[in-house]
Write a protein that binds this ligand. Sequence first.
Ligand code: FAS
Ligand code: PHB
Length: 398
Amino acid sequence: MGTVISETVTRTQVGIVGAGPAGLTLSLLLARAGIESVVLESRSREYIERRVRAGLLEQNTVDLLRSLGVAERLDREGLLHNGIYLRHEGQTLHIPIFELTGRQVTIYGQQEVVKDLVAERLAQGGTLDFEVSDLAVHDLDADLARITYSSGGVRHTLECDFIAGCDGFHGVCRASAGALIEHEYVYPFSWLGILAEAPPSTDELIYAWHEHGFALYSMRSSKVSRLYLQVPNDEPLDDWPDERIWAELQTRLASAGWSVTEGPIFEKGVTPMRSYVCEPLRHGRLFLAGDAAHIVPPTGAKGLNLAVNDVRLLAAALASWYRSGSIDDLDGYSETALRRIWRAQDFSNYMTQLLHRLAGDTFGGKLQLARLGYLARSSAAATSLAENYVGLPATEEF
Ligand code: FAS
Ligand code: PHB
């Protein structure tokens, strides 16, 4: 006797694939506009709320989360920063971001943002289904698009006016889109990242250039440090015992009379670095947003912030269609979103090329030191870095 699987067919206005920052933020933006959506996530709630990723929020992102009423804990626990440090050969240059731009960045872990967004989505009674499987999107050019998936032993069909592909770089939505133009650059190095129970010995982030390679001193709270080391691609994590990690961090971040505060490491991982953009972002009734559409190297801290900007634009375009029937903003979504995406790609590539060392590349090393020296002497150069790092005003069209 075969397994009898029941089937359901339901209807919503916008089907959202993926409950990361993009999908969750979009669901709340749509709800605020009175638009119904269903969020479908392949992982468990516990998994997505534990997944360690980004840590730095642009002012635009904080403002948007506040406008959605999900920033109460962020405002209480987030760390407001007014600048960053660039360190090389024992010298430290402070980029006074707030002084140069009037805007600030906030340190607040991505998993905390996800927790706050999930809590609000559920508090509003919005549909958010975890651990769905075998998800596929269909009929992208028909009058109604469809998402099929399994959940709890039941096969579901969700009919929707539009589908938001917010399922990240390895999701199914981009793969289901039509003809794509893809731009990709894979960097010849990766980041080894740690979380440690160690009070940061710096008040703001330190980005370090060193002959051995790049290092970044970030944080998550006054008790937890978040640090990164440039390592070769495919570096086995086993080659990096805690002692070696701390020794290399001390070397690369060294400054006279100062040291990195060490402590028990409770999270360790290696992230490859790539720049990727696919065009266009619209395929009939499917709209791609966030990592499903683009990936940036984390050096510029743009990944999460770019995802949020995509859905800010997409939500406004969908609201315009439901309100007035105008298709203009939906038609313009891809081109408008791509302008900020390429700006963030350029800045992330700039910060990565500025600070990561390629063994034997003495000419490149000299160029990097020349750029760092120019940043120290030119307020125009420092302001350009600052305005890109803090995030250009959300209303700014490029
Ligand atoms: P996400 O990948 O966050 O979310 C996509 C969601 O879709 C996931 O929950 C996934 O489970 C779900 N999904 C996938 N396939 C599905 C399917 N078939 N059906 C249903 N659901 C599906 N950015 C920074 O700014 N700074 C950093 O330091 C940084 N570190 C990172 C480290 C790692 C290891 C990674 C992978 C990324 C990092 N990023 C960083 C980038 C990261 O923050 C992303 O930009 C951000 O998560 C983008 O959010 P989303 O577009 O929502 O995609
Ligand atoms: C982080 O805290 O995870 C972080 C901060 C700034 C970056 C990258 C990562 O540029």
